[in-house]
Design a protein around this ligand. Structure first.
Ligand code: HEM
Length: 495
C-alpha cells in the first residue's frame, strides 16, 4: 500500500511537471507569435480573428460556405492595397498585387518557391503526390536539372509534331458530341473537356503504344482546404487516395515498360515519358522522382486546360455577339477542313483573345508563392526577411486598377494592338518557374475550341445558373472550378 502511494505520488508529481512544461511551451509559442506580430504588423491587413489562429477562421468560413476564397483576397486587396498581410499561427503571408514587386520576385531565381506551400503537395492525404517533381521541387539546382531535360518535349518544334494527336483526340470528342446532338442529349461540357484533355495528355505522354489510363476522379483538393476536407468529406478523400494510387501504379508500369524497351535497344519515341526517364539519375529516390513527374504532368496537364475550355464555353454561351465573332473567324480560317494545322492556329487571333480573357477572369491555377529570404521594400513599405509572398492572378485579373470594368468578359483587352498588361496578368505564372506546358495547353485548347465552333451551335439550357459564386468550388492549385452544367448541341446542317 505504501509502495502504491509512493508511486501514485511520483506519477502525480510527474504529471504536474508535464503540465507545467506544456504550459511553458505554449507561453513561449505565444511570445513567438507576439514577436512575429510586432515584426510585421506595420504592413496593412485586415483585423485578425484571433491572436493564435490569425485570419484562418475567416478562410475556413469562406471555404465551408462554398464561396470562392479568392474573392475574400480580392476584397482585402481592394481595401488594403498592393501589399497586405494575413496571419495564421506564427506564419505571415503577404498578398502582393504590386506589378513592380511581381516582376522583381517572379522573374528572379533568387526567390525560391515557398516550402510551407509546396511541401504540402509532396503528399496528399498521406500518399506521395507531386513529391519532388517539377512543380514542387524547391532546390534550384535539382529543379533546373529536371527542367532542362523536360524542355525539349515542349519545344515549338516538338509540339508542331503533336498536332496530329491534338486533332485526333479532339475529333473523338466531336464524334461523341455529334452522337449526343443527334439524340438531342444535353452534354456536361466540363466532364467532356476533362475526358479530352486526359486523352490528349495520355496520348502525348506515351506516343507509341497508347494504353488507356483509367478515367479517374482527378478532383484533387489540396493546400488550404486540406484541414477543412480532413474533417468534412471522408468518402471524397478515399476516392482521391485511390485515384492517386492508381495514377502512380499506372505510371510505374508504363515507366518500367519503357525502361525495358530502352534496355533492349528498341527505338523509343522522344515523348514526355522518355524525357521523364531521363530525369532520374542513379540514386534510390530517382524512381520516385520519375513518378513524381509523371503525376505532375497528368495533373498539371489535364484539369487546368479542361476548366479553361469549360469557362470559355460558359462565357460564349452567355455572350452571343462574341460567339458569332469567334465562329466567323473559325469559319474563315478553317472552313470545312477536318485537320487543323499549326499555321491555322496562328491565324485564329480572336480565338486566342477569347482564351486569354477566359484565364483573366478564371485563372484555372490561380497563383503562385515565393519565399522572401532578404529584406525588401514593397510599394514603399519595408518588408523584413522571412515571409511568403502570394501572387494571386485571380485577384489581379479582377482589380479595376488593372482592368477597367473587370467583371466584363471582353476579349478586346487582348487585341494584338492593345497595351500589354504590366505584370498583372500571369495565368501561367512568370519567370523561370512559369508553366512548362503553356504552349501545349493553348494549342490543345485552340484545336478543341475551333472544332467545337466549326461543328456545333450551342445553347445554355434554360434555368441553369452559371454564376461562379453559386456553383463554384474552390480548387487551390488546379483552379476555380465550375460545374458548367449542360449544353444542347445542334449540328450545323452543312457539316
Ligand atoms: C490552361 C492550362 C494551364 C494553366 C493555366 C497552367 C498554369 C500553371 C501555373 C500557374 C504554374 C505555376 C505553378 C506554381 O508556381 O505553383 C504552372 C506550372 C507548370 N505547369 Fe502548367 N498550366 C496549364 C497547363 C499545363 C499543361 C498542359 C502542362 C503539361 C502538359 C503543364 C505543366 C506544368 C509544369 C511541368 C509546371 C511546373 C514548371 C516549373 O516549375 O518548371 N501545365 N502551370
Amino acid at each position: 500500500m505504501a509502495l502504491f502511494s509512493f508511486f501514485a505520488g511520483w506519477i502525480g508529481y510527474l504529471f504536474i511537471c508535464l503540465l507545467g512544461l506544456i504550459f511553458i511551451a505554449f507561453l513561449c509559442f505565444c511570445l513567438y507569435i507576439k514577436y512575429i506580430h510586432l515584426k510585421y504588423d506595420h504592413i496593412p491587413g485586415p483585423p485578425r480573428d484571433s491572436f493564435i489562429f490569425g485570419h484562418s477562421p475567416t478562410m475556413l468560413r469562406e471555404m465551408s460556405s462554398g464561396r470562392v476564397v479568392h474573392d475574400k483576397f480580392l476584397e482585402w486587396a481592394e481595401t488594403y492595397g498592393p501589399v497586405y498581410r494575413i496571419n495564421g499561427l506564427h506564419f505571415v503571408v503577404l498578398c502582393v498585387t504590386c506589378p513592380d514587386t511581381t516582376k522583381e520576385v517572379l522573374m528572379s531565381p533568387k526567390y525560391p518557391k515557398d516550402s510551407q506551400v509546396y511541401k504540402r503537395l509532396f503528399n496528399l492525404f498521406g500518399q506521395r503526390f507531386f513529391g519532388n517533381g517539377l512543380i514542387t521541387a524547391q532546390n534550384h539546382d535539382e529543379w533546373y536539372k529536371q527542367r532542362r531535360i523536360m524542355d525539349p518535349a515542349f519545344s515549338s518544334l516538338y509540339l508542331r509534331g503533336q498536332m496530329g494527336a491534338f486533332n485526333e483526340r479532339a475529333e473523338k470528342l466531336m464524334d461523341k458530341l455529334a452522337d449526343m446532338a443527334d439524340n438531342n442529349t444535353a452534354a456536361n461540357m466540363q466532364h467532356m473537356f476533362n475526358c479530352v484533355t486526359l486523352d490528349v495528355i495520355t496520348k502525348v505522354t506515351v506516343t507509341s503504344c497508347y494504353p488507356q489510363i483509367p478515367t479517374l476522379p482527378l478532383h484533387f483538393i489540396i493546400s488550404e482546404s486540406y484541414i477543412y476536407l480532413t474533417f468534412q468529406n471522408k468518402k471524397f478523400i478515399n476516392e482521391v487516395k485511390k485515384s492517386c494510387q492508381l495514377l502512380r501504379s499506372t505510371g510505374r508500369q508504363w515507366i518500367n515498360e519503357r525502361k525495358m524497351a530502352v534496355q533492349n535497344g528498341e527505338d523509343v519515341p522522344k515523348d514526355i515519358l522518355t524525357q521523364i526517364l531521363k530525369t532520374a539519375g542513379k540514386a534510390n529516390d530517382d524512381e520516385e522522382i520519375m513518378l513524381d513527374n509523371f503525376v505532375t504532368f497528368f495533373i498539371a496537364g489535364q484539369e487546368t486546360t479542361a476548366n479553361q475550355l469549360a469557362f470559355a464555353v460558359m462565357e460564349l454561351g452567355r455572350l452571343p455577339e462574341i460567339l458569332t465573332k469567334v465562329k466567323q473567324e473559325v469559319d474563315d480560317v478553317i472552313g470545312m477542313k477536318q485537320e487543323i494545322s499549326f499555321d491555322d492556329l496562328g491565324k485564329m487571333t480572336y480565338l486566342s483573345q477569347v482564351l486569354k480573357e477566359t484565364l483573366r477572369l478564371y485563372p484555372t491555377a490561380p497563383g503562385t508563392s515565393r519565399f522572401i529570404p532578404n529584406d525588401i521594400v514593397i510599394n514603399g513599405i519595408p518588408i523584413p526577411a522571412g515571409v511568403s509572398c502570394l501572387f494571386n492572378s485571380y485577384v489581379c485579373g479582377r482589380l479595376d486598377k488593372f482592368f477597367e470594368d473587370p467583371l466584363k468578359f471582353d476579349p478586346e483587352r487582348f487585341h494584338p494592338d492593345a497595351a500589354k498588361p504590366y505584370y498583372c496578368y500571369y495565368p501561367f505564372a512568370l519567370g523561370p518557374r512559369s508553366c512548362l506546358g503553356q504552349s501545349f495547353a493553348q494549342m490543345e485548347a485552340k484545336v478543341v475550341m475551333a472544332k467545337l465552333l466549326q461543328r456545333f451551335d450551342f445553347n445554355l439550357l434554360p434555368g441553369q445558373s452559371f454564376d461562379i459564386l453559386d456553383t463554384g468550388t474552390l480548387r487551390p492549385k488546379s483552379g476555380v472550378v465550375l460545374d458548367i452544367g449542360v449544353f444542347v448541341f445542334v449540328p450545323i446542317p452543312c457539316c
